[in-house]
Structure formats: structure tokens, C-alpha cells
Ligand binder design. Sequence first.
Ligand code: TRP
Length: 336
Amino acid sequence: MTAPKPVVLTGDRTTGPLHLGHYVGSLKTRLKLQDEAEQYILLADLQSLTDNIDRHHQVSQNVVEVAMDYLAVGIDPIKSTIFVQSQVPELAELSMLLLNFVTVARLERNPTIKEEIRLRRFERDIPAGFLVYPVSQAADITAFKATIVPVGEDQLPMIEQTNELVRSFNASVKQDVLVECNALLSSVGRLPGLDGKAKMSKSMDNAIRLSAEPDEIRKAVNRMYTDPRHLRVEDSGQVEGNVVFAFLDAFEPDTQRLSELKHRYRRGGLADSTLKQLLNERLQALIEPIRLRRHRLAMDRGDVIAILRGGTARAREKAASTMAAVKRALGLAYVA
Ligand code: TRP
């Protein structure tokens, strides 16, 4: 008998189209995991609403957009189950029950939540749904009995809180109904934004969309922050903090060639424009097939919606089975 495949749960908020930062940080991992694991990919529209309720149309419109990005990069809906969070009511039901296993003080201590409250300037006006979204995320993970959750560093507090909830719940019902999970940290660092200031993000206008047009890619590469003291070609330049090199680290497969370029840049005699031309070629070659596939998908939105319908049905089945066990354990199965 073969060992059962590990269960992976991963997902994205649906606030806008995906960009190269997502590609490096998570999409590449998912492409690999879909051949090795039972992988569920969540379109986290409900979680997006917790700090975007005033932009709810933007959130709902981007569900299909993000799904098209997944399909365009090669996520295979037969191997991976792509589903929509708001269409799996069991997740909301499980969240409601899990909320009884956490205190408001604990919710307020979550470092990612603290940082987001600061960045969004909520101050005392924190939407209640926002404060409890880590519990909803714990429901996303535990409903599928996921053991592997691929995430970035900022999501580690969510995994810790999920496992605390699992332990409290299981202790309370004296059975191992829910399953603890492990974070799978992506090995590559974050891709910086074009300005070199922060991580790449759409809201900071420093991103390259996964479906960017050739002209957009070229302009973005030209805009990239390099070494401001590297004024003449002969000057020696700095590689650290240089956005073009950070991108080449992620996208130039020939590592030997890359270390030679770094050497020449440091020594002097290598122009920013030469490097940018090389990076532009790499990115054009990477993005072109994604863009073409995405254009084709956009012409058949009905097919994309059918894929989401199928994935959501599959996801609901699994979540419903966990939910039934949770209700049974709590004695909530009066009429079942
Ligand atoms: N919080 C994640 C993000 O901001 C998205 C997400 C929602 C998620 N539910 C999840 C990620 C469950 C992993 C597991 O990107």
C-alpha cells in the first residue's frame, strides 16, 4: 500500500491580480506540490472582505481574475482543488465554533494582526471580522485536515494560532478530531518592489502583474532601482539592495553567468542598461506564455467558472465531513 498523500491547504486574498512576487513566493511551490500532495487552493474572498468591506465589488470581481492567474501559470484543476471560500458555508460554521476557543486578548496579541492594524490605521475602530480572521483561517486549514500550509514569514503567527485552537478543541472534546499543521516556508526570499523599498505589492504600485503586456514589463524593468552611485559604466556598483540583481537571483537560471555578472558589476565596467536588457529578456520569456494562456481563458470565463464550481463542490464535501465530526464531538448532532 502506498502512503496517503499529505494534505496541503494554501490560498490568496482576492483583492487584485497576482504578480511576480506571488510567482516566486508561492505559485512555483504549488506547481510542484500538486504532483506530490492532495492540494486545496483557496480563493479567500471572505478574508479579503474583513478589511475591504467598502470595496466588496473589487473583492468579488477578483475571484475569477485570481483563478485565471492560477490556471495560466499551470495549476491543474484536476490535480489541485481550486475553490471559493464564501461558497463553502462549512468554513463559516467551523469559524463560529472555533471562536469559543480563543480570547479577545489572544486575538489582539497576534503580531501580524497588530502590524496590519497599524498599517491600516484602524486604531480603536477595528472591524470585528478583521480581528477574528485568524480563526477563520484556522477553519480553512483544519476543515481540510491540512498538515502542510505553504506560507510566507508573516503568516507564521496564523499557523501557531491554528495549532493552539486545534489543541484546545481536541482537549475539550477529548478526541483528536482536528489535526495540527506545519508551515512550509518558501525557501526564496521575498521579491522586492520595483522601487526597492518594500516587498512587491499591487497597492504600492511597485509590482509586475503575471499577465503584464510586453511594454509594461519593459517599462517596469527600466524603472527598477539600482545603485544610485553607479553613475558611469566604469564605476564600481553595489549588488546588495540592487533590485535588478534581486530579480536576476530569482529568474536567471544560469547561476555561473549570474555570479560573473555580479563580479563585473562590482569591479566596474558593466552598465545598468545591459543588465536590465538581460532581465527584460528573461521576464518577457517567462510571462509571454502565461499572458497568452490568460487571454484565452478570459475569452471563456464560463469554463473558468465551471472549474470553480467543480472545485468548490469537491472542497465542500471534505469540509462537510470534518464539520460533521466536529458537531458530533460537541454533541450538536441532534437531528443528524
Ligand atoms: N492570509 C493569507 C494571505 O493573506 C490567505 C489565506 C487565507 C490563507 N486562508 C488561508 C493562506 C489558509 C493559507 C492558509 O495571503
